[in-house]
Design a protein around this ligand. Structure first.
Ligand code: BES
Ligand code: MN
Ligand code: ZN
Length: 485
């Protein structure tokens, strides 16, 4: 198991696979009070010879000359802001050797800086090896993560606890996103959610197909009925005593999106195991709120379905009566996310939460508009601004986007109340306008994390390739801001 603790020991005598030290803008090692003068002088000489850079995330690896540590990872701290420290830590964590058992961090920074560095290091060290036969195994030869013991100089226990909760929520989300759809499907996802919830004081309710049918969740059913693995809706609730408000979170959980009868081309399907990233983010945010004992009610809704083409799949031109009664003509079965989310949103809003956020890998158009790293945020102005502010505070790239009301015209169906696709222009926005038809006057925002949720490129900073955990840090910050307001 990965663990993180404070240390006040002398850094020269600490046994570790790696010791991470910072380099400032002038190329000098940022001296740490727990490193003795002699060790600092030796390392400074080596750093000087190798022109160690203070540029954010630049790494220089030295042998641990005169130290108990095997190696020293020098990392440029850039401007020393939490944003730069988080990024730098991610890069440093990837230079600590394969499966290090102990890593020491000794960065000169204030509490916020150390917190950001700790989160960045834990996130940068993430690996997904569940399906590698040659991955390092524990003594009992299970596939449990063997983990690293992190020791952080000059840190408070509270700071490190918070960092490990945040990093754990992101890593858990990444694991789910990376898990192949053979193993992660609506039923198994719901069981995983129930298992975690039970262990963490979160109440879980699973709606199976029979209940979904009885209560009219026909958006979720229509999307899920083409698969042999039937859909689920999961409700998770963290309810601390005396909480003054409740935030509802609704996540798109398409465990695989083939497109359905409107089948995707093969290339576009390769990353579609990530189409449940919103639901995974919601689940781990609720669990994180519970672990952190945030004094705010949180209800998470996981809208789980596998979108498959088959003899039982929905067809283009089918009309479904959504939860709450609105009818939708399904002209493209690949625009399935908005169908499951609309059911989830209407159900979530029935309970009168103070705010409702949905998070979804909703449109390819998100990537066209904002690229692979910046998520789009739409909704009620005030809530959209609150989400973007939370994102800014933790340096997750998110940008406010509009919901142009002229697009509603394109969502008008000849036979039903709405159709599920609009014209090609502004695809992220028309998806948002579609969802808007289901939220009434709720204080709502929608996060489209389509491309940011899955990194198809190689690792950078604290972001690995594959599942990224996009949105989790923002959602936790959003909740924390409200809980402490
Ligand atoms: N899951 C996809 C969106 C997506 C695309 C996520 C690429 C991540 C990367 C979604 O269900 C989808 O297929 N959207 C369609 C909507 C269209 C049919 C209106 C799209 O974006 O092409
Ligand atoms: Mn789709
Ligand atoms: Zn999808």
């Amino acid at each position: 198991m990965t663990s993180i603790h404070a240390t006040s020991d002398n850094l020269s005598t600490l046994t570790a696979d790696a010791l991470i030290l910072g380099v400032t803008a002038d190329g000098a090692i940022s001296p740490h009070g727990q490193l003795d003068d002699e060790a600092l002088a030796t390392l400074s000489e080596l750093a000087g010879k190798l022109d160690a850079s203070g540029k954010v995330g630049a790494t220089t690896v030295l042998p641990g000359v005169g130290l108990a540590a095997k190696r020293v990872v020098l990392v440029g701290l850039g401007d020393g802001t939490p944003t730069d420290l988080r990024l730098a830590a991610g890069s440093a964590a990837r230079e600590c050797g394969k499966e290090p058992s102990t890593v020491v961090i000794a960065i000169e920074a204030d509490d916020d800086g150390i917190a950001a560095f700790a989160v960045g290091a834990l996130l940068g060290a993430y690996r997904f090896t569940d399906y590698k036969s040659d991955a390092v195994m524990d003594d009992d030869a299970t596939d449990e993560d063997t983990g690293t013991a992190w020791l952080v100089a000059g840190a408070s226990a509270d700071t490190l606890k918070r960092a490990s909760i945040i990093a754990g929520a992101v890593a858990g989300t990444r694991d789910l996103v990376n898990t192949p759809p053979l193993d992660l499907f609506p039923g198994s996802f719901a069981e995983i959610a129930e298992g975690y919830a039970g262990a963490m004081g979160v109440e879980a309710t699973v709606f199976d197909v029979q209940q979904l049918a009885e209560e009219g969740f026909n958006g979720i059913l229509a999307v899920g009925m083409g698969s042999a693995r039937l859909p689920r809706l999961v409700r998770l609730e963290w309810k601390p005593e005396g909480a003054k408000q409740t935030v509802a979170l609704v996540g798109k959980g398409i465990t695989f999106d083939s497109g359905g009868i409107s089948l995707k081309p093969p290339k576009s399907m390769e990353t579609m195991k990530s189409d449940m990233a919103g639901a995974a983010a919601v689940m781990h945010t609720v669990l994180g709120a519970a672990q952190a004992n945030l004094q705010i009610g949180v209800v998470g809704w996981l809208c789980l379905a596998e979108n498959m083409p088959s003899a039982t799949a929905q067809r283009p031109s089918d009309v479904i009566r959504m939860y709450g009664g609105k009818t939708v003509e399904v002209l493209n079965t690949d625009a399935e996310g908005r169908l499951v989310l609309a059911d989830g949103l209407v159900r979530a809003i029935e309970e009168n939460p103070d705010v409702v956020l949905d998070i979804a890998t909703l449109t390819g158009a998100q990537g066209v508009a904002l690229g692979t790293q910046t998520s789009g945020v739409m909704g009620v102005d005030e809530i959209r601004a609150e989400v973007v502010a939370a994102a800014d505070a933790v340096s997750e790239p998110m940008w406010p986007m509009p919901l142009p009301q002229h697009l509603l015209k394109q969502l008008e169906s000849k036979v039903a109340d709405l159709q599920n696709i609009a014209g090609p222009a502004g695809g992220m926005l028309s998806a948002g306008v579609f969802l808007q038809q289901f939220v009434g006057d709720a204080k709502w925002a929608h996060l489209d994390i389509a491309r940011p949720a899955y990194n198809e490129a190689s690792a950078h900073g604290f972001t690995p390739s594959g599942g990224t955990g996009a949105g989790v840090r923002t959602l936790l910050q959003f909740l924390e801001n409200r809980a402490n307001a």
